[in-house]
Design a protein around this ligand. Structure first.
Ligand SMILES: Nc1ncnc2c1ncn2[C@@H]1O[C@H](COP(=O)(O)OP(=O)(O)OP(=O)(O)O)[C@@H](O)[C@H]1O
Length: 235
């Protein structure tokens, strides 16, 4: 379903990664702070231009240095949730969610408003402004807004990083509900093994700008049990 082959010089870091997935499900990008995970996600979303490589989604090139293709973010059909929700503060939760829907090209919508609201438990929040939401609630709305644009790939960049333990559990619970009900691939950036065990189907290890291993969830669990995959620390 997607292929990412990316090369970019980022200051001291020479980033060169390749990974792919041919089914829905959650691919975790796991690695320490500074490994290049956020940079990879930015290139998939079209926010940063690679020096070279190819990004392919459902057989279509979003970026290809060989042919000069580089679709802008709004043409990629890629949803992106950042560490902090980045909701529109002046709009209600309902209007934030509707904004996501309006980004969908005609005939391409797969996400249903009522269903997304139900899956993420957003009904009681619909009339509120983001300023009156907890961190966990904000993240749930941000995930809902991204889904309602009916993306073909969803990028979640450490969506729990800014939350306390209780809020983390809350959002993790809702992400767990989404998992398995989505027909699109999801890329989940984290350096927390517990999140990966709870959500991922496959794990791509990134260190110092390189893919150092590709694991099934089972293999990742075994690594963890053997003490080979540590919480990587840092933000
Ligand atoms: N535009 C840029 N110019 C120069 N260096 C950059 C640029 N963007 C990122 N870097 C560097 O590239 C490295 C990778 O950063 P990146 O944010 O992708 O890592 P990360 O794995 O997501 O880390 P974290 O978990 O802390 O977010 C860092 O050393 C960063 O300083």
């Amino acid at each position: 379903m997607f292929l990412a082959k990316l090369r970019k010089r980022l200051g001291e870091l020479d980033l060169e990664v390749e990974f792919c997935r041919d089914a829905p499900g959650v691919t975790a990008l796991f690695g320490p702070s500074g490994a290049g995970k956020t940079s990879v996600v930015g290139m998939l979303a079209g926010l940063t231009r690679p020096d070279a490589g190819r990004v392919e989604l459902d057989g279509r090139a979003l970026y290809d240095s060989a042919t000069g293709v580089n679709l802008p973010p709004e043409k990629r059909r890629v949803g992106y949730v950042f560490q902090e929700g980045r909701l529109f503060p002046h709009l209600s939760v309902r209007a934030n969610l509707r904004y996501g829907q309006r980004l969908t090209p005609p005939g391409q919508a797969w996400a249903d408003f009522e269903q997304v609201v139900e899956m993420l438990g957003l009904e009681p929040l619909l009339r509120r402004r983001p300023g009156r939401l907890s961190g966990g609630e904000k993240q749930r709305v941000a995930i809902g807004r991204a889904l309602l644009a009916s993306p073909r790939l969803l990028l979640l960049d450490e969506p729990l990083a800014s939350l306390d333990a209780q809020r983390k559990d809350e959002v993790l619970h809702y992400l767990g509900r989404l998992r398995g009900r989505m027909a699109i691939p999801v890329i989940y950036v984290s350096h927390q093994p517990e999140e990966i065990v709870a959500l991922a189907d496959a794990v791509v290890h990134i260190q110092a700008g390189r893919v150092t291993a590709r694991d099934s969830l089972e293999l990742f669990r075994r690594r963890l049990a053997a003490g080979e995959a540590h919480s990587a620390g840092g933000a």
